[in-house]
Write a protein that binds this ligand. Structure first.
Ligand code: PHE
Length: 369
């Protein structure tokens, strides 16, 4: 009897150890919850395709950050200390990744952001990496598109001063736009603002040919509606922060024709894997994948690749393996993680056409030096 009991205990503990836990730190509620949901869909699909590593079962532990920095920091600590995850995928937005990244670094557990583009996310860090390009590239691409393709000379930049992402992207946009001869008026707002008439009347008075909103979808949609209601006829431009179906749900007709820089579009597959990913996604969810689903998919697959290369689930060794990944074929492109933990990829410009995101242009990273 005792032997059987001990045997069972042994089995139970063995199977306990036979699970590799990966954390997914996401904004599943709060201001940018649409982003969290999209990334989760990509990770879930990736997990269905590949849910064992080094012969062990993988469990993804989802942790909600409520779209907030403090919760991002608390959440990653919980994932590491309580759940014992060996790596973390997350966060989505830069401010939250900066907060969480401090903890990852202290606890020496690798964190891979699918989508946080602010320079500071990985700066000076050994354990924080990402599978996306960064804002110096994105801001430059958007400025080139505005000045050269759209021939914009006067732009108003609306910066969400509560978001590291928006502050950084605004700066990189303005730097290049001015270099190309453009004139800029920069105005501020805050996440959660509903009313933009003060800024918009200044933008109109300035004679803006483009209003560049560098924040996230909720506020972009409201700015577009209020600008059009005031009779503004110029361009509305934004960065990747526009990319959630909610932009169109909230903005409706007012977001038709906006242009934004982004990482991916399902109609412009860049690798063999893009195509396979899009097909599998459509099969599972019945809709084409968003950028964030593709980036979430890539972050998960890259973490697995790193574990396989490291041949161990020791977090420190996984972190080293992540930094050595070169030419990894992802859904969003070919990913090489450089010594700073960043990936360099081409930028795409998307637009909203008939209530859908549509591919407009591609700006290759090598052309942006
Ligand atoms: N780049 C944004 C940030 O750093 C996050 C984002 C990426 C949002 C891609 C949508 C699509 O905050």
């Amino acid at each position: 009897m005792r032997k059987v009991f001990l045997g069972l205990l042994l089995l139970a503990s063995l199977s306990l150890f036979a699970v590799v836990k990966i954390g997914a730190l996401l904004p599943l509620t709060g201001g940018v919850s649409a982003f969290g949901d999209l990334v989760k869909k990509g990770i879930e699909l990736a997990w269905e395709e590949k849910n064992t590593v080094l012969g062990e079962k993988i469990e993804v532990v989802y942790m909600d950050t409520r779209s907030e920095k403090t919760e991002a920091a608390n959440g990653i600590a919980r994932l590491i200390d309580k759940e014992g995850v060996v790596a973390v995928i997350g966060e989505v937005i830069s401010g939250n990744s900066i907060a969480a990244g401090e903890i990852a670094e202290k606890k020496k557990v690798p964190m891979v952001s699918p989508s946080s583009t602010n320079s500071l996310v990985t700066q000076g860090k050994k354990f924080v990496s990402r599978v996306c390009f960064i804002d110096p590239l994105q801001g430059t691409a958007l400025a080139e598109f505005a000045a050269k393709t759209l021939k914009v000379k006067k732009a108003t930049v609306l910066t969400d001063v509560e978001q590291d992402y928006s502050v950084g992207l605004s700066n990189y946009f303005m730097e290049r736009f001015k270099k190309l001869g453009g004139q800029v008026l920069q105005l501020q707002y805050k996440s959660g603002d509903q009313e933009f008439s003060a800024q918009l009347s200044q933008a109109l008075a300035f004679g803006s040919e483009a209003i560049v909103v560098t924040g996230y979808y909720n506020e972009i949609a409201l700015v577009a509606q209020q600008a059009r209601a005031l009779g503004y006829k110029g361009y509305i431009l934004t960065g990747d922060g526009a990319d959630a179906p909610e932009l169109i749900k909230i903005g409706g007709q007012a977001v038709e024709g906006i242009y934004f820089s982004d990482h991916f579009h399902p109609d412009a597959p860049v690798t063999k894997r893009s195509k396979l990913f899009v097909d599998a996604f459509v099969k599972k969810y019945g809709v084409k994948p968003s950028t964030l689903s593709a980036l979430g998919y890539d972050a998960y697959m890259l973490v697995l690749e790193a574990i396989e290369r490291a041949k161990t689930t020791k977090p420190e060794l996984i972190a080293t393996a992540i930094r050595s990944i070169k030419n990894f074929e992802g859904a969003t492109g070919t990913i090489t993680i450089d010594s700073n933990g960043n990936a360099t990829k081409d930028v795409v410009i998307l637009t909203v056409k008939n209530g859908q995101f549509a591919f407009a242009a591609k700006i290759s990273a090598s052309a942006l030096k």
